[in-house]
Ligand binder design. Sequence first.
Ligand SMILES: C[S@@+](CC[C@H](N)C(=O)[O-])C[C@H]1O[C@@H](n2cnc3c(N)ncnc32)[C@H](O)[C@@H]1O
Length: 136
Amino acid sequence: MDAPDVPTLYGAVGVGLSAWGVASLAADGLAPAPWALIVGCLALVSAGLYMYATRRGKFVVWEKLLDELALRGDERILDLGCGRGAVLLTAARRIPEGRAYGSGAARTRVATTRPPPSATHRQKASPTASSSTRPT
Ligand SMILES: C[S@@+](CC[C@H](N)C(=O)[O-])C[C@H]1O[C@@H](n2cnc3c(N)ncnc32)[C@H](O)[C@@H]1O
């Protein structure tokens, strides 16, 4: 997950404001109740959207963009600023007979990929990551 502090912050603000809103409503509908509830609910929705985007949505978008490239499977890919290699590894799976290279600013986050030995015999197989780093 990218930046786990972001959904945590949204969630905490959402729960806090929603609780304040409910408490204000219970106390004879004090003025902050509606606004606290509305902003609290928006913060909770934002936390949910962030979680969806970082866990699933971005991968859906990347798959669509990679579909549009119509890769043959023998290309060489270079990802500059590859982070933990999430995009790089997604692309690398599509080039079983190619090579994918990634480079980023953080030393621990560099990822490179190469096809498995079987690929040199022109068998279909997914590339394997040579980095132990898992994508986000
Ligand atoms: C938005 S992230 C890219 C995430 C990555 N594509 C992925 O699949 O998760 C941008 C990345 O670019 C790297 N970066 C930014 N400026 C850079 C530079 N001048 N040289 C190398 N890497 C850089 C950052 O460290 C960061 O990991």
